[in-house]
Design a binder for this molecule. Structure first.
Ligand SMILES: NC(=O)c1ccc[n+]([C@@H]2O[C@H](COP(=O)([O-])OP(=O)(O)OC[C@H]3O[C@@H](n4cnc5c(N)ncnc54)[C@H](OP(=O)(O)O)[C@@H]3O)[C@@H](O)[C@H]2O)c1
Length: 304
């Protein structure tokens, strides 16, 4: 996906094969190819929807085969002198990313809503690595993505250091499967805020530090579920249509891809900041456990 974004930016700049066609430009402007205003789309078409679910089912059944040639874990090069912020580093994928990067020598900032848990993790990793005698360069900063104030506070504190930032990994996310719709105190549907809006704000606010660390990158942890998402710019918080938790999640992940693509194109190439979306596949974490619990409860209900 990163390659794809880069390719599209390069091609768009030199007017090459990947540059948007007149039809695509028109579509982006809400017109048909002949320049006539087009009706606003209300939802995914059946074909797109079916294709999306097939991609999800395909990933579910075939990801092990597709990734069977990869070493696990992948070996990292020495990362001394590289500063990396990892959001949601207290469990699941973020925890593993932070642990491996720290052990490869990077300066890792665990941006989390439970600082005590993160401190304990650092202590544990430090004890484990005491045999090799390498001191770890990890620290904890508080960040709650359900509060945009917290995002601003975090970015201000980091930028005030006037230090370079080489990588921002926007990993933290929620999938509140089967739960009722909830809104943050900022007034946004929670999936949309935690998975897209707050990480997007964080990325924008950290651009001065990313410029100092250039070449640098923003990595947004996405999901194959974006293939069944639909973003209605006039109803980002799903107030007008029927809410379902999987829709809240999918929409937020699609919004994240759209934003990443736009940000990548808008940052001038000379700035040296790449914006990347990465889909981790299906990983056994808290997110997946809550999906399994949801399905086993419902299967139990149907089998009674
Ligand atoms: N697991 C999968 O199969 C899968 C597939 C595709 C994409 N993903 C994506 O991968 C990312 C990581 O998910 P995971 O599977 O590792 O789930 P996880 O184990 O539940 O971890 C999610 C992390 O996000 C943090 N978080 C949640 N709400 C937050 C908030 N308001 N502010 C700050 N941090 C918050 C959690 O903090 P606490 O520890 O404090 O709860 C936790 O550290 C997510 O973006 C998810 O959408 C996962």
């Amino acid at each position: 996906m990163a390659g794809d974004l880069r390719h599209r930016r390069a091609s768009a700049e030199d007017g090459g094969e990947g540059a948007p066609s007149a039809g695509e430009e028109a579509a982006a402007n809400g017109k048909d190819g002949a320049g006539e205003p087009r009706g606003k789309r209300e939802a995914l078409g059946w074909l797109e929807w079916g294709r999306g679910w097939m991609a999800i089912v395909g990933e579910f059944f075939f990801q092990r085969i597709a990734a069977s040639h990869l070493a696990n874990p992948l070996e990292l090069p020495p990362l001394e002198g590289v500063s990396i912020i990892v959001t949601g580093a207290t469990s699941g994928i973020g925890l593993e990313i932070a642990r491996q990067l720290t052990q490869a020598g990077a300066h890792v900032v665990m941006a989390v809503r439970r600082p005590k848990v993160a401190q304990e993790l650092i202590q544990k990793w430090q004890n484990e690595s005491s045999e090799t005698g390498t001191p770890l360069n990890a620290e904890v900063m508080e960040l709650d993505l359900l509060s945009l104030d917290s995002v601003v506070k975090f970015a201000d504190a980091w930028n005030a250091r006037m230090a370079p930032l080489h990588v921002l990994i926007n990993n933290a996310g929620i999938f509140a499967i089967g739960e009722p719709q909830r809104f943050s105190k900022d007034g946004h549907e929670e999936h949309m805020q935690v998975n897209h809006l707050a990480p997007a704000l964080l990325a924008m606010l950290l651009i001065p530090s990313l410029l100092r660390g250039s070449p640098s990158r923003i990595v947004n942890v996405n999901s194959i579920m974006h293939t069944v998402g639909f973003v209605d710019a006039e109803d980002m918080n799903l107030r007008k249509r029927k809410y379902r938790s999987w829709l809240g999640y999918s929409n937020s992940k699609l919004a994240q891809i759209k934003f990443s693509s736009m940000l990548h194109k808008r940052i001038p190439a000379e700035a040296g900041i790449n914006v990347i979306c990465a889909s981790p596949g299906i990983v056994d974490t808290n997110v997946v456990s809550s999906i399994s619990i949801f399905f086993s409860n419902h299967l139990f209900y149907f089998s009674r």
